[in-house]
Design a protein around this ligand. Structure first.
Ligand code: NAG
Ligand code: NAG
Ligand code: NAG
Ligand code: NAG
Ligand code: NAG
Length: 453
Protein backbone atom coordinates (compact mmCIF):
# COMPACT_ATOMS: atom_id res chain seq x y z
CA UNK A 1 0.00 0.00 0.00
CA UNK A 2 1.83 3.09 -1.20
CA UNK A 3 -0.87 5.53 -0.28
CA UNK A 4 -0.01 7.55 2.75
CA UNK A 5 -2.82 8.96 4.66
CA UNK A 6 -2.63 11.89 6.99
CA UNK A 7 -5.32 13.45 9.04
CA UNK A 8 -5.38 16.84 10.53
CA UNK A 9 -8.07 19.19 11.50
CA UNK A 10 -8.58 22.61 10.03
CA UNK A 11 -9.39 24.89 12.85
CA UNK A 12 -10.73 27.79 10.87
CA UNK A 13 -13.31 29.27 8.64
CA UNK A 14 -16.59 27.51 9.09
CA UNK A 15 -19.34 28.64 11.34
CA UNK A 16 -22.18 26.28 11.63
CA UNK A 17 -25.42 28.01 12.12
CA UNK A 18 -26.16 26.79 15.59
CA UNK A 19 -29.42 28.42 16.33
CA UNK A 20 -30.82 28.43 19.80
CA UNK A 21 -33.91 30.58 19.75
CA UNK A 22 -36.45 27.77 19.78
CA UNK A 23 -34.93 26.03 22.77
CA UNK A 24 -35.66 28.92 25.04
CA UNK A 25 -39.36 28.36 24.79
CA UNK A 26 -39.19 25.16 26.73
CA UNK A 27 -36.40 26.29 29.03
CA UNK A 28 -38.27 29.40 30.07
CA UNK A 29 -41.33 27.37 30.65
CA UNK A 30 -41.37 26.69 34.34
CA UNK A 31 -43.17 23.85 35.96
CA UNK A 32 -46.51 23.37 34.32
CA UNK A 33 -49.50 24.82 36.10
CA UNK A 34 -51.73 22.46 38.04
CA UNK A 35 -54.27 22.72 35.26
CA UNK A 36 -51.73 21.69 32.66
CA UNK A 37 -50.59 18.80 34.78
CA UNK A 38 -54.04 17.36 35.06
CA UNK A 39 -54.08 14.27 32.96
CA UNK A 40 -57.03 13.71 30.77
CA UNK A 41 -56.35 10.11 29.95
CA UNK A 42 -54.56 8.72 26.99
CA UNK A 43 -55.04 10.87 23.95
CA UNK A 44 -52.29 11.79 21.56
CA UNK A 45 -53.27 15.44 21.64
CA UNK A 46 -53.75 16.05 25.32
CA UNK A 47 -51.28 13.76 27.03
CA UNK A 48 -48.29 16.03 26.58
CA UNK A 49 -50.09 19.37 26.53
CA UNK A 50 -49.60 22.25 26.20
CA UNK A 51 -47.18 21.22 23.46
CA UNK A 52 -48.12 18.91 20.68
CA UNK A 53 -46.22 15.70 20.28
CA UNK A 54 -44.53 17.27 17.23
CA UNK A 55 -43.30 20.18 19.35
CA UNK A 56 -41.82 17.85 21.96
CA UNK A 57 -40.17 15.84 19.22
CA UNK A 58 -38.75 18.78 17.28
CA UNK A 59 -37.15 20.22 20.44
CA UNK A 60 -35.67 16.80 21.24
CA UNK A 61 -34.41 16.44 17.69
CA UNK A 62 -32.74 19.83 17.82
CA UNK A 63 -31.11 19.14 21.17
CA UNK A 64 -29.83 15.77 19.95
CA UNK A 65 -28.29 17.43 16.89
CA UNK A 66 -26.58 20.01 19.06
CA UNK A 67 -25.52 17.91 22.00
CA UNK A 68 -25.02 14.40 20.72
CA UNK A 69 -24.06 14.78 17.07
CA UNK A 70 -21.41 16.58 15.06
CA UNK A 71 -21.79 17.79 11.49
CA UNK A 72 -18.61 16.85 9.74
CA UNK A 73 -17.27 18.53 6.64
CA UNK A 74 -14.66 16.09 5.38
CA UNK A 75 -12.30 17.44 2.76
CA UNK A 76 -10.05 15.15 0.75
CA UNK A 77 -7.03 16.55 -1.10
CA UNK A 78 -3.77 15.45 -2.63
CA UNK A 79 -0.61 16.87 -1.03
CA UNK A 80 -0.50 19.54 -3.77
CA UNK A 81 -3.85 20.71 -2.34
CA UNK A 82 -5.86 19.62 -5.36
CA UNK A 83 -9.26 18.41 -4.25
CA UNK A 84 -9.99 14.73 -4.81
CA UNK A 85 -13.29 14.43 -6.62
CA UNK A 86 -15.25 11.19 -6.58
CA UNK A 87 -13.41 9.57 -3.67
CA UNK A 88 -15.58 7.01 -1.89
CA UNK A 89 -15.73 7.34 1.89
CA UNK A 90 -16.93 4.53 4.13
CA UNK A 91 -17.76 5.87 7.58
CA UNK A 92 -18.12 3.40 10.42
CA UNK A 93 -18.93 4.15 14.06
CA UNK A 94 -16.64 2.15 16.35
CA UNK A 95 -17.88 3.38 19.74
CA UNK A 96 -20.51 5.73 21.07
CA UNK A 97 -19.99 8.41 23.71
CA UNK A 98 -23.42 7.53 25.04
CA UNK A 99 -23.83 4.26 26.93
CA UNK A 100 -26.79 1.92 27.02
CA UNK A 101 -26.56 -0.10 30.18
CA UNK A 102 -28.49 -2.75 32.05
CA UNK A 103 -28.66 -4.19 35.52
CA UNK A 104 -27.51 -7.79 35.93
CA UNK A 105 -27.39 -10.39 38.69
CA UNK A 106 -25.16 -13.37 39.51
CA UNK A 107 -27.62 -15.51 37.52
CA UNK A 108 -25.73 -14.40 34.44
CA UNK A 109 -22.65 -16.32 35.55
CA UNK A 110 -23.73 -19.82 34.54
CA UNK A 111 -25.83 -18.76 31.58
CA UNK A 112 -23.91 -18.34 28.35
CA UNK A 113 -26.99 -17.33 26.34
CA UNK A 114 -27.70 -14.51 28.79
CA UNK A 115 -24.04 -13.46 28.69
CA UNK A 116 -24.08 -13.35 24.92
CA UNK A 117 -27.33 -11.38 24.89
CA UNK A 118 -26.01 -8.89 27.42
CA UNK A 119 -22.66 -8.30 25.73
CA UNK A 120 -24.28 -7.86 22.32
CA UNK A 121 -26.41 -4.95 23.52
CA UNK A 122 -24.83 -3.08 26.40
CA UNK A 123 -21.65 -1.18 27.10
CA UNK A 124 -22.48 -0.45 30.75
CA UNK A 125 -23.77 -2.40 33.74
CA UNK A 126 -24.97 -2.14 37.29
CA UNK A 127 -25.11 -5.18 39.60
CA UNK A 128 -28.51 -5.46 41.26
CA UNK A 129 -27.31 -6.57 44.71
CA UNK A 130 -23.97 -8.33 44.43
CA UNK A 131 -21.81 -5.38 45.48
CA UNK A 132 -24.03 -4.31 48.36
CA UNK A 133 -22.74 -4.65 51.89
CA UNK A 134 -25.45 -7.11 52.91
CA UNK A 135 -24.40 -9.33 50.01
CA UNK A 136 -20.64 -9.29 50.54
CA UNK A 137 -20.67 -9.40 54.37
CA UNK A 138 -23.96 -10.98 55.50
CA UNK A 139 -22.27 -12.13 58.69
CA UNK A 140 -19.85 -9.80 60.40
CA UNK A 141 -16.25 -10.55 59.52
CA UNK A 142 -17.10 -13.05 56.75
CA UNK A 143 -16.65 -11.27 53.46
CA UNK A 144 -17.36 -13.02 50.18
CA UNK A 145 -16.66 -11.34 46.85
CA UNK A 146 -16.97 -14.46 44.68
CA UNK A 147 -20.00 -13.24 42.69
CA UNK A 148 -19.04 -9.60 42.09
CA UNK A 149 -15.48 -10.71 41.17
CA UNK A 150 -16.87 -13.06 38.52
CA UNK A 151 -19.41 -10.54 37.24
CA UNK A 152 -16.76 -7.85 36.90
CA UNK A 153 -14.49 -10.29 35.09
CA UNK A 154 -17.28 -11.01 32.61
CA UNK A 155 -17.87 -7.28 32.11
CA UNK A 156 -14.15 -6.58 31.64
CA UNK A 157 -13.82 -9.32 29.06
CA UNK A 158 -16.54 -7.66 26.99
CA UNK A 159 -15.55 -4.03 27.43
CA UNK A 160 -18.60 -3.31 29.58
CA UNK A 161 -18.11 -0.49 32.07
CA UNK A 162 -19.52 -1.10 35.55
CA UNK A 163 -20.93 1.18 38.24
CA UNK A 164 -20.11 0.31 41.81
CA UNK A 165 -23.55 -0.01 43.35
CA UNK A 166 -23.34 0.64 46.24
CA UNK A 167 -20.71 1.20 48.96
CA UNK A 168 -23.27 2.06 51.66
CA UNK A 169 -27.03 2.52 51.70
CA UNK A 170 -28.76 4.99 53.95
CA UNK A 171 -31.99 2.97 54.24
CA UNK A 172 -32.36 1.20 57.59
CA UNK A 173 -34.38 -1.55 55.87
CA UNK A 174 -31.34 -2.81 53.97
CA UNK A 175 -28.84 -3.03 56.83
CA UNK A 176 -27.81 -6.46 57.99
CA UNK A 177 -29.24 -7.39 61.41
CA UNK A 178 -25.75 -7.25 62.90
CA UNK A 179 -25.19 -3.75 61.51
CA UNK A 180 -28.44 -2.42 63.01
CA UNK A 181 -27.38 -3.60 66.45
CA UNK A 182 -24.02 -1.81 66.51
CA UNK A 183 -23.31 1.13 68.79
CA UNK A 184 -22.32 4.33 66.93
CA UNK A 185 -18.62 3.71 67.67
CA UNK A 186 -18.75 0.11 66.43
CA UNK A 187 -20.86 1.14 63.44
CA UNK A 188 -18.25 3.68 62.38
CA UNK A 189 -15.54 1.03 62.69
CA UNK A 190 -17.54 -1.53 60.70
CA UNK A 191 -18.57 0.97 58.00
CA UNK A 192 -14.98 2.20 57.62
CA UNK A 193 -13.85 -1.38 57.22
CA UNK A 194 -16.56 -1.99 54.61
CA UNK A 195 -15.57 1.12 52.64
CA UNK A 196 -11.88 0.26 52.72
CA UNK A 197 -12.50 -3.36 51.77
CA UNK A 198 -14.78 -2.92 48.75
CA UNK A 199 -13.19 0.26 47.40
CA UNK A 200 -9.63 -1.04 47.68
CA UNK A 201 -10.65 -4.28 46.00
CA UNK A 202 -12.15 -2.63 42.91
CA UNK A 203 -10.16 0.61 42.88
CA UNK A 204 -9.59 1.96 39.37
CA UNK A 205 -11.81 -0.68 37.75
CA UNK A 206 -15.23 0.97 37.97
CA UNK A 207 -16.72 3.89 36.09
CA UNK A 208 -18.27 5.25 39.27
CA UNK A 209 -19.24 4.51 42.87
CA UNK A 210 -22.60 5.04 44.45
CA UNK A 211 -21.17 5.96 47.82
CA UNK A 212 -24.23 6.55 50.00
CA UNK A 213 -27.29 5.26 48.19
CA UNK A 214 -30.54 7.22 48.70
CA UNK A 215 -29.27 9.70 51.27
CA UNK A 216 -32.04 12.17 50.46
CA UNK A 217 -34.88 9.86 51.44
CA UNK A 218 -33.00 8.04 54.18
CA UNK A 219 -30.56 8.79 56.99
CA UNK A 220 -29.51 5.59 58.76
CA UNK A 221 -25.89 6.71 58.99
CA UNK A 222 -26.58 10.39 59.69
CA UNK A 223 -28.85 9.44 62.61
CA UNK A 224 -26.13 7.38 64.22
CA UNK A 225 -22.92 9.11 63.16
CA UNK A 226 -23.89 12.75 62.73
CA UNK A 227 -25.09 14.96 59.92
CA UNK A 228 -21.81 14.84 58.00
CA UNK A 229 -21.82 11.06 57.71
CA UNK A 230 -22.43 10.91 53.94
CA UNK A 231 -19.88 13.61 53.20
CA UNK A 232 -17.36 11.82 55.40
CA UNK A 233 -17.77 8.51 53.53
CA UNK A 234 -17.48 10.23 50.13
CA UNK A 235 -14.21 11.62 51.42
CA UNK A 236 -13.04 8.21 52.54
CA UNK A 237 -13.86 6.61 49.17
CA UNK A 238 -12.22 9.51 47.33
CA UNK A 239 -9.00 9.09 49.29
CA UNK A 240 -8.76 5.43 48.29
CA UNK A 241 -9.95 5.72 44.67
CA UNK A 242 -9.39 9.36 43.65
CA UNK A 243 -9.83 8.90 39.89
CA UNK A 244 -13.28 7.35 40.03
CA UNK A 245 -16.42 9.50 39.87
CA UNK A 246 -18.52 9.40 43.01
CA UNK A 247 -22.27 9.48 42.57
CA UNK A 248 -25.32 10.24 44.60
CA UNK A 249 -28.09 7.84 43.60
CA UNK A 250 -31.70 8.63 44.35
CA UNK A 251 -35.27 7.83 43.37
CA UNK A 252 -38.14 10.24 42.77
CA UNK A 253 -35.97 13.15 41.60
CA UNK A 254 -37.46 13.17 38.11
CA UNK A 255 -40.24 10.61 38.62
CA UNK A 256 -42.67 12.46 40.88
CA UNK A 257 -43.53 16.12 41.09
CA UNK A 258 -44.79 15.70 44.63
CA UNK A 259 -41.92 13.98 46.35
CA UNK A 260 -40.74 16.41 49.01
CA UNK A 261 -37.48 14.61 49.81
CA UNK A 262 -35.61 14.46 46.56
CA UNK A 263 -36.58 17.14 44.04
CA UNK A 264 -33.70 18.44 41.86
CA UNK A 265 -33.14 21.55 43.99
CA UNK A 266 -32.64 19.46 47.13
CA UNK A 267 -30.49 17.00 45.23
CA UNK A 268 -28.14 19.78 44.15
CA UNK A 269 -28.04 21.33 47.63
CA UNK A 270 -27.02 17.99 49.12
CA UNK A 271 -24.40 17.52 46.44
CA UNK A 272 -22.90 20.93 47.22
CA UNK A 273 -22.80 20.07 50.93
CA UNK A 274 -20.85 16.91 50.17
CA UNK A 275 -18.47 18.88 47.96
CA UNK A 276 -18.03 21.51 50.68
CA UNK A 277 -16.84 18.97 53.27
CA UNK A 278 -13.12 19.37 54.04
CA UNK A 279 -11.01 17.45 51.50
CA UNK A 280 -13.84 16.97 48.99
CA UNK A 281 -13.39 20.07 46.83
CA UNK A 282 -11.48 18.34 44.02
CA UNK A 283 -13.62 15.21 44.08
CA UNK A 284 -15.15 14.03 40.79
CA UNK A 285 -18.87 13.73 41.35
CA UNK A 286 -21.83 12.60 39.30
CA UNK A 287 -25.59 12.56 39.45
CA UNK A 288 -27.36 9.20 39.63
CA UNK A 289 -31.10 9.16 38.98
CA UNK A 290 -32.78 5.82 39.60
CA UNK A 291 -35.80 6.60 37.43
CA UNK A 292 -38.35 4.11 38.72
CA UNK A 293 -41.41 5.51 37.00
CA UNK A 294 -44.98 4.67 37.93
CA UNK A 295 -47.75 3.31 35.72
CA UNK A 296 -49.11 6.72 34.88
CA UNK A 297 -48.66 9.35 32.19
CA UNK A 298 -45.27 11.01 32.41
CA UNK A 299 -45.08 14.65 33.39
CA UNK A 300 -42.67 15.54 30.62
CA UNK A 301 -42.50 19.17 31.69
CA UNK A 302 -41.18 18.07 35.05
CA UNK A 303 -38.71 15.63 33.52
CA UNK A 304 -37.42 18.29 31.11
CA UNK A 305 -37.10 20.97 33.74
CA UNK A 306 -35.51 18.62 36.24
CA UNK A 307 -32.90 17.39 33.78
CA UNK A 308 -32.22 20.94 32.58
CA UNK A 309 -31.67 22.11 36.15
CA UNK A 310 -29.50 19.12 37.09
CA UNK A 311 -27.46 19.54 33.89
CA UNK A 312 -26.43 23.00 35.07
CA UNK A 313 -24.24 21.38 37.73
CA UNK A 314 -21.89 20.45 34.87
CA UNK A 315 -21.61 16.85 36.11
CA UNK A 316 -22.29 13.58 34.31
CA UNK A 317 -25.85 12.34 34.80
CA UNK A 318 -26.64 8.64 34.68
CA UNK A 319 -30.11 7.14 34.69
CA UNK A 320 -29.19 4.15 36.81
CA UNK A 321 -32.25 1.91 37.34
CA UNK A 322 -34.79 2.85 34.71
CA UNK A 323 -38.10 1.06 34.63
CA UNK A 324 -41.78 1.90 34.18
CA UNK A 325 -44.48 0.08 36.14
CA UNK A 326 -47.44 -1.55 34.53
CA UNK A 327 -51.04 -1.08 35.65
CA UNK A 328 -52.51 -4.61 35.68
CA UNK A 329 -56.07 -3.28 35.68
CA UNK A 330 -55.81 -1.71 32.24
CA UNK A 331 -56.51 -3.62 29.08
CA UNK A 332 -53.86 -1.78 27.03
CA UNK A 333 -51.33 -1.92 29.89
CA UNK A 334 -48.42 -3.29 27.87
CA UNK A 335 -48.96 -0.67 25.18
CA UNK A 336 -49.08 2.16 27.73
CA UNK A 337 -45.89 0.97 29.42
CA UNK A 338 -44.09 1.20 26.09
CA UNK A 339 -45.56 4.63 25.31
CA UNK A 340 -44.50 6.08 28.67
CA UNK A 341 -41.07 4.49 28.45
CA UNK A 342 -40.48 5.91 24.98
CA UNK A 343 -41.35 9.42 26.17
CA UNK A 344 -38.91 9.14 29.08
CA UNK A 345 -36.14 7.72 26.92
CA UNK A 346 -36.53 10.37 24.24
CA UNK A 347 -36.68 13.24 26.68
CA UNK A 348 -33.74 11.93 28.71
CA UNK A 349 -31.57 11.23 25.69
CA UNK A 350 -31.94 14.78 24.35
CA UNK A 351 -30.16 16.17 27.43
CA UNK A 352 -26.48 15.84 26.57
CA UNK A 353 -25.46 15.74 30.25
CA UNK A 354 -27.15 12.33 30.41
CA UNK A 355 -24.16 10.11 29.66
CA UNK A 356 -25.83 6.74 30.05
CA UNK A 357 -29.19 5.10 30.49
CA UNK A 358 -29.19 1.88 32.50
CA UNK A 359 -32.32 -0.25 32.19
CA UNK A 360 -32.89 -1.94 35.55
CA UNK A 361 -33.88 -5.39 34.29
CA UNK A 362 -33.01 -6.87 30.95
CA UNK A 363 -33.59 -10.59 30.87
CA UNK A 364 -36.43 -11.99 32.98
CA UNK A 365 -33.92 -14.63 34.17
CA UNK A 366 -33.25 -11.98 36.81
CA UNK A 367 -36.93 -11.82 37.73
CA UNK A 368 -39.34 -9.41 36.15
CA UNK A 369 -41.26 -7.63 38.86
CA UNK A 370 -41.54 -4.31 37.04
CA UNK A 371 -40.25 -4.21 33.48
CA UNK A 372 -38.19 -6.60 31.39
CA UNK A 373 -36.77 -6.48 27.90
CA UNK A 374 -37.07 -10.22 27.32
CA UNK A 375 -38.81 -13.39 28.53
CA UNK A 376 -36.87 -16.38 29.91
CA UNK A 377 -35.99 -17.47 26.38
CA UNK A 378 -34.40 -14.08 25.76
CA UNK A 379 -37.08 -13.20 23.24
CA UNK A 380 -38.01 -9.55 23.16
CA UNK A 381 -41.00 -8.15 25.00
CA UNK A 382 -42.57 -5.00 23.50
CA UNK A 383 -40.22 -3.08 25.82
CA UNK A 384 -37.26 -4.93 24.29
CA UNK A 385 -38.50 -4.05 20.82
CA UNK A 386 -38.71 -0.37 21.73
CA UNK A 387 -35.21 -0.32 23.17
CA UNK A 388 -33.78 -2.10 20.13
CA UNK A 389 -35.48 0.46 17.90
CA UNK A 390 -34.03 3.41 19.84
CA UNK A 391 -30.58 1.81 19.98
CA UNK A 392 -30.67 1.73 16.19
CA UNK A 393 -31.98 5.28 15.92
CA UNK A 394 -29.30 6.70 18.22
CA UNK A 395 -26.29 5.34 16.46
CA UNK A 396 -24.69 6.18 13.15
CA UNK A 397 -25.30 3.42 10.68
CA UNK A 398 -22.59 2.62 8.16
CA UNK A 399 -22.41 5.58 5.80
CA UNK A 400 -21.08 5.68 2.25
CA UNK A 401 -20.50 9.05 0.60
CA UNK A 402 -18.62 10.34 -2.43
CA UNK A 403 -16.58 13.56 -2.34
CA UNK A 404 -17.92 16.35 -4.57
CA UNK A 405 -16.04 18.47 -7.11
CA UNK A 406 -14.44 20.43 -4.26
CA UNK A 407 -13.34 17.23 -2.54
CA UNK A 408 -15.95 17.69 0.17
CA UNK A 409 -18.40 15.31 1.87
CA UNK A 410 -20.83 16.35 4.58
CA UNK A 411 -22.27 14.00 7.16
CA UNK A 412 -23.90 14.35 10.55
CA UNK A 413 -22.83 11.64 13.00
CA UNK A 414 -23.34 10.70 16.65
CA UNK A 415 -20.33 11.50 18.81
CA UNK A 416 -17.92 8.64 19.31
CA UNK A 417 -14.93 6.98 17.68
CA UNK A 418 -14.98 6.50 13.94
CA UNK A 419 -13.13 4.69 11.23
CA UNK A 420 -13.14 6.39 7.85
CA UNK A 421 -11.93 4.51 4.82
CA UNK A 422 -11.20 6.51 1.67
CA UNK A 423 -10.85 4.98 -1.76
CA UNK A 424 -8.68 6.97 -4.16
CA UNK A 425 -10.76 7.17 -7.37
CA UNK A 426 -7.71 7.01 -9.63
CA UNK A 427 -5.58 4.32 -8.05
CA UNK A 428 -8.48 2.51 -6.31
CA UNK A 429 -6.23 2.17 -3.27
CA UNK A 430 -8.03 2.47 0.03
CA UNK A 431 -6.71 3.59 3.38
CA UNK A 432 -8.32 3.99 6.75
CA UNK A 433 -7.98 6.33 9.65
CA UNK A 434 -9.70 6.34 13.03
CA UNK A 435 -10.50 9.41 15.06
CA UNK A 436 -12.75 10.73 17.79
CA UNK A 437 -15.72 12.89 16.88
CA UNK A 438 -17.16 15.33 19.39
CA UNK A 439 -17.35 19.06 19.96
CA UNK A 440 -14.04 19.07 21.86
CA UNK A 441 -11.99 16.98 19.42
CA UNK A 442 -13.43 18.66 16.32
CA UNK A 443 -15.05 21.92 17.41
CA UNK A 444 -15.82 23.25 13.93
CA UNK A 445 -16.55 19.88 12.33
CA UNK A 446 -13.80 20.30 9.72
CA UNK A 447 -11.76 17.22 8.94
CA UNK A 448 -9.03 17.35 6.32
CA UNK A 449 -7.75 14.06 4.96
CA UNK A 450 -4.81 13.94 2.57
CA UNK A 451 -4.39 11.19 0.03
CA UNK A 452 -0.98 10.74 -1.58
CA UNK A 453 -2.10 9.64 -5.05
C1 NAG B 1 -27.65 -21.86 36.76
O1 NAG B 1 -27.68 -22.30 38.10
C2 NAG B 1 -28.98 -22.30 38.70
C3 NAG B 1 -28.86 -22.62 40.15
O2 NAG B 1 -28.02 -23.69 40.36
C4 NAG B 1 -29.89 -23.26 37.94
O3 NAG B 1 -31.19 -23.24 38.47
C5 NAG B 1 -29.93 -22.84 36.48
O4 NAG B 1 -30.69 -23.77 35.73
C6 NAG B 1 -28.55 -22.74 35.89
N1 NAG B 1 -28.66 -22.16 34.54
C7 NAG B 1 -28.01 -22.66 33.50
C8 NAG B 1 -28.27 -21.99 32.20
O5 NAG B 1 -27.23 -23.57 33.60
C1 NAG C 1 -19.08 -17.35 48.60
O1 NAG C 1 -20.07 -17.09 47.60
C2 NAG C 1 -20.16 -18.10 46.61
C3 NAG C 1 -21.13 -17.62 45.53
O2 NAG C 1 -22.33 -17.23 46.09
C4 NAG C 1 -20.56 -19.39 47.24
O3 NAG C 1 -20.65 -20.44 46.29
C5 NAG C 1 -19.55 -19.77 48.33
O4 NAG C 1 -19.97 -20.93 49.02
C6 NAG C 1 -19.36 -18.63 49.32
N1 NAG C 1 -18.26 -18.93 50.20
C7 NAG C 1 -18.39 -18.99 51.51
C8 NAG C 1 -17.15 -19.29 52.28
O5 NAG C 1 -19.46 -18.77 52.06
C1 NAG D 1 -42.33 8.87 45.03
O1 NAG D 1 -43.13 10.00 45.21
C2 NAG D 1 -44.52 9.78 45.09
C3 NAG D 1 -45.21 11.12 45.20
O2 NAG D 1 -44.94 11.74 46.39
C4 NAG D 1 -44.97 8.79 46.16
O3 NAG D 1 -46.33 8.50 45.99
C5 NAG D 1 -44.16 7.52 46.02
O4 NAG D 1 -44.49 6.63 47.04
C6 NAG D 1 -42.68 7.82 46.05
N1 NAG D 1 -41.94 6.61 45.78
C7 NAG D 1 -41.30 5.96 46.72
C8 NAG D 1 -40.60 4.71 46.28
O5 NAG D 1 -41.22 6.36 47.87
C1 NAG E 1 -19.82 19.03 59.53
O1 NAG E 1 -19.02 19.70 58.60
C2 NAG E 1 -19.03 21.10 58.73
C3 NAG E 1 -18.27 21.66 57.55
O2 NAG E 1 -16.99 21.12 57.47
C4 NAG E 1 -18.40 21.47 60.04
O3 NAG E 1 -18.44 22.87 60.20
C5 NAG E 1 -19.17 20.82 61.15
O4 NAG E 1 -18.52 21.03 62.36
C6 NAG E 1 -19.32 19.32 60.91
N1 NAG E 1 -20.24 18.78 61.85
C7 NAG E 1 -20.04 17.65 62.45
C8 NAG E 1 -21.12 17.21 63.38
O5 NAG E 1 -19.05 16.95 62.24
C1 NAG F 1 -1.99 17.12 -7.74
O1 NAG F 1 -1.65 15.77 -7.50
C2 NAG F 1 -2.51 14.80 -8.11
C3 NAG F 1 -2.12 13.40 -7.63
O2 NAG F 1 -0.77 13.23 -7.67
C4 NAG F 1 -2.48 14.95 -9.61
O3 NAG F 1 -3.35 14.02 -10.20
C5 NAG F 1 -2.87 16.37 -9.99
O4 NAG F 1 -2.75 16.57 -11.34
C6 NAG F 1 -2.03 17.40 -9.24
N1 NAG F 1 -2.57 18.73 -9.48
C7 NAG F 1 -1.82 19.79 -9.74
C8 NAG F 1 -2.54 21.07 -9.98
O5 NAG F 1 -0.63 19.67 -9.81
Amino acid sequence: MNTLFIIFLLLLCFFFLLKSEDITRAQEDNYATEEEKEVKGFDENTLFSPYTKQEWRSYQHKKINEGRKTRLKIMITYPNKTAVTGAKLYIKQLTSDFHWGCGMTHRILNNSAYKKWFASKFTAADFHNELKWYYTEPTQGQENYTDPDAMLKFADEHGIIVRGHTVLWDDVKYQQKWVRKLSPEKLLQAANKRVDSVVTRYKGRLVGWDVMNENLHHNFFEKRLGKNASAYFYNRVHNIDPDTTLYMNEFNTTEHVNDEWAPPEKYLRRLKKIQAYPGNSGMKMGIGLECHYGAEPIDLHYVRNSLTLLSQAGLPIWLTELDVKIDPTLENKAQLQVIYLEEILRESFCHAAVKAIVIWTGASIDGCDVMCMTNEKLENTPVGDLIDRLMEEWKTGNIEVVSDSKGISRVSVFNGRYEVTVVDPVTDVSSSVTFKVDKVSIPDGNVHLQVLG
